[in-house]
Design a protein around this ligand. Structure first.
Ligand code: PMT
Length: 398
């Protein structure tokens, strides 16, 4: 469950702040290590004392107090946490995070963390229904923050509506199902490649492909939510970095190869969703090519096949490739699975509408080294990412 998790609980100022004491207590009972950050307004509703006693650690309430250790405190807590919970989360903290405001210890630490952040909003129902609050929640959801919806019921202001902080038991159960250690991927190092590479022709031009990074980023996002330590190695992409993910940007296939190999030895799982250029320009120019001639000849030389190399070096790693095909999907994918020594390959026919490059959905078949094949219907890349990771989890548990 949450045993062994390092959780920072952020408490903001609302009538439900007192419920956070029970949340901290239940997290401790579940075996998590807990640190508490309270905003100044939270301290008007409840004092730091019960949090200190129950969490067994200092409660941080200000940016300006004497530091309790050598590290810069908001960075130390941001790095220490493998999960953040803000409960209750007021409209104010949601608005601050959504708009990049970091003016106190909680908002600053949230800004600095790479850990997944879960917010449990609690406020007056009209505030919760306010379009600005809704917009902020939507914006944060799009950025990968998770929300536990407030419950309906009688609110402190005397009206009935949606705005109550859910029962602490429900909050703990939700956290456990999202980030519980029973999850096979928890703590595993998952290396994911995404996007397309760019092979320079001259300083201003390149040979590229249509990969947006959506497939690989969705897998990285989901793997982080499942508690994995995720390294995302990405070619150029406009997508935002998923929460809790270490992003390493590359441009060319050779750069991707160097980084992937450097991350390989201690990886548990490698998923290669990137569209890597098979060829690079041998005679790339150092200066911008002038259009003086009628024709221009580019000589292309073969790039190394990174996945093939990983297949040769594989010791304990679970290796997953993608196959982007426009014909003979199954036979081509099976050939790649065998030749590259993979455990699984995700075969997508990229000529189908709603599949492959730069789409929000994909249509794939999963092929395993055992010879088993599973056909999946069209679905969002987010849903597919979850299925791929669940299938991998089931395989590595065998
Ligand atoms: O990024 P999106 O817009 O969401 O698009 C997703 C996708 C279509 C790019 C993705 O679903 C996909 O199919 N990725 C693999 C693309 C590809 O290069 O397929 P391939 O069949 O050419 O290569 C097979 C495998 O070998 C891939 O895992 C690839 O990463 C790897 N490879 C290929 C060439 C090379 N030089 N080195 C490699 O490691």
């Amino acid at each position: 469950m949450l045993n062994g998790r390092k959780i920072v609980v952020g408490v903001t100022g609302g009538i439900a702040s007192y419920k956070s004491i029970e949340i901290v207590s239940r997290l401790k009972k579940a075996g998590a290590s807990v640190r508490v950050i309270m905003t100044e307004s939270a301290t008007k509703f409840v004092t730091p004392l019960p949090f200190r006693e129950i969490s067994g650690g200092p409660v941080v309430t200000s940016m300006w107090g004497e530091p309790t250790n050598w590290n810069i405190e908001h960075i130390a807590l941001a790095n220490w946490a493998d999960l953040f919970l803000i409960a209750p989360a007021t409209a104010n903290i949601i608005g601050k995070i959504a708009n990049g405001i970091a003016d106190d210890m909680l908002s600053t630490t949230i800004m600095a963390t790479k850990a997944p952040v879960v917010l449990a909003p609690a406020m007056n129902s009209n505030m919760y229904a306010n379009p600005i609050v809704k917009q902020n929640i939507q914006k944060l959801t799009n950025l990968g923050y998770s929300f536990i919806q407030p419950s309906y019921g009688m609110l402190a202001c005397g009206v009935e509506g949606q705005g109550r902080l859910p029962d602490p038991v429900f909050i703990i159960d939700t956290l456990a199902s999202l980030y519980g250690k029973t999850n096979v991927l928890c703590g595993k190092k998952v290396v994911i490649t995404a996007g397309g590479t760019r092979e320079p022709i001259d300083p201003v031009r390149y040979i590229g492909n249509r990969s947006s990074g959506k497939m690989g980023y969705a897998i990285a996002d989901q793997a982080a939510k499942m508690g994995a330590q995720v390294v995302l190695i990405s070619g150029p992409s406009n997508l935002s970095i998923p929460n809790g993910v270490e992003l390493i940007k590359v441009e060319t296939a050779l750069q991707m190869k160097d980084i992937v190999l450097s991350q390989f030895s201690d990886a548990d799982i490698v998923i290669k969703a990137a569209a890597v250029a098979d060829y690079r320009v041998q005679n790339a120019a150092n200066h911008k090519i002038k259009k003086s001639e009628d024709t221009l000849t580019l000589i292309l030389e073969k790039n190394p096949d990174i996945l093939l190399e990983l297949g040769k070096r594989k010791t304990h790693q679970f290796l997953v490739g993608f196959a982007a095909e426009t014909q003979n999907l199954l036979s081509n994918a099976t050939e790649k699975l065998t030749r590259k020594n993979l455990d699984m390959i995700v075969a997508n026919d990229v000529s189908l509408p709603g599949a492959g490059f730069n789409t929000d959905t994909n249509i794939v078949k999963l092929l395993y080294r055992t010879g088993q094949t599973e056909e999946l219907p069209q679905m969002s890349k987010t849903s597919l990412a979850k299925i791929i990771l669940d299938k991998i989890s089931a395989q590595i548990q065998k």
